[in-house]
Structure formats: structure tokens, C-alpha cells
Design a protein around this ligand. Structure first.
Ligand code: HEC
Length: 89
């Protein structure tokens, strides 16, 4: 689910021509200025609720995803995946 829907913006590697980073990775790199990793897959502070909020509502250039695109069950799996590095949250 993450690879299919999210890595185009939140993955590692170079972004669009002329951009060193992918757009989501770059936006979070600038936003947090190194306080947390720019890659979502390396974060340790993402709760499933927070992931669900951003996926269902979008933010800035990030689109929201409908239930026909990402079902509630898939969203729960995404939340668990991005929360896997977090100890006890
Ligand atoms: C079109 C590009 C794009 C896609 C696709 C995308 N995102 Fe994003 N996402 C962004 C950008 C850009 C931001 C940062 C917005 C800002 O705060 O300025 C962001 C922010 C986030 C945040 C908030 C992180 C924080 O600490 O502020 C989460 C969580 C997130 N995305 C999860 C996802 C997930 C999960 C998917 C796949 C279902 C996804 N995104 C798909 C571009 C994208």
C-alpha cells in the first residue's frame, strides 16, 4: 500500500527533474529541519490516527485518498506500518 500510493512523494531517491528529493520527503525535510527524519518510513513518532488524518484529508500538495482508493482496512495497515518503529505508541 505504501509503495503503491505514497513512495512517489515520500520515498527515498531523487525527485522530479531538477529536484534533489521527492516532494513529500523534501517538504518534511524543510518543515522539520532534521528534528525528525524526512522519510516517513524512518519516523518513530507517527501514530495510526495521525497517518489516517493526513491520508483522509491531505495537506498542501498531498492529495486526500478516498475509501475507494484506500479502504479503512488498508488505512489501518498503513498506520500500523508507519507506526512500526515507534515504541509503545
Ligand atoms: C503528491 C505527493 C504526495 C503523496 C502521493 C503523498 N503525500 Fe504525504 N505529504 C506530501 C507532502 C508535500 C507533505 C508535507 C506537507 C506540508 O506539511 O507542507 C506530506 C505530509 C504527510 C504526512 C504528515 C507528516 C508530518 O509530520 O507533517 C503524512 C503522515 C503523510 N504525508 C502520509 C502519506 C501517506 C501515508 C501517503 C500514501 C497513502 C502519502 N502521504 C502520499 C506529499 C504527498
Amino acid at each position: 500500500m505504501f509503495a503503491y500510493n505514497c513512495t512517489s512523494c515520500h520515498g527515498p531517491g531523487i525527485g522530479n527533474p531538477g529536484n534533489e528529493f521527492k516532494p513529500g520527503t523534501d517538504a518534511l525535510r524543510v518543515k522539520y529541519n532534521g528534528d525528525v527524519p524526512a522519510l516517513l518510513t524512518e519516523r518513530t513518532d507517527l501514530t495510526p490516527d495521525a497517518v489516517a488524518y493526513f491520508v483522509r484529508n491531505g495537506i498542501s500538495i498531498m492529495p486526500f485518498f478516498r475509501k475507494t482508493e484506500i479502504s479503512d482496512a488498508d488505512l489501518a495497515a498503513l498506520g500500523a506500518y508507519l507506526n512500526r518503529n515507534s515504541a509503545g505508541r
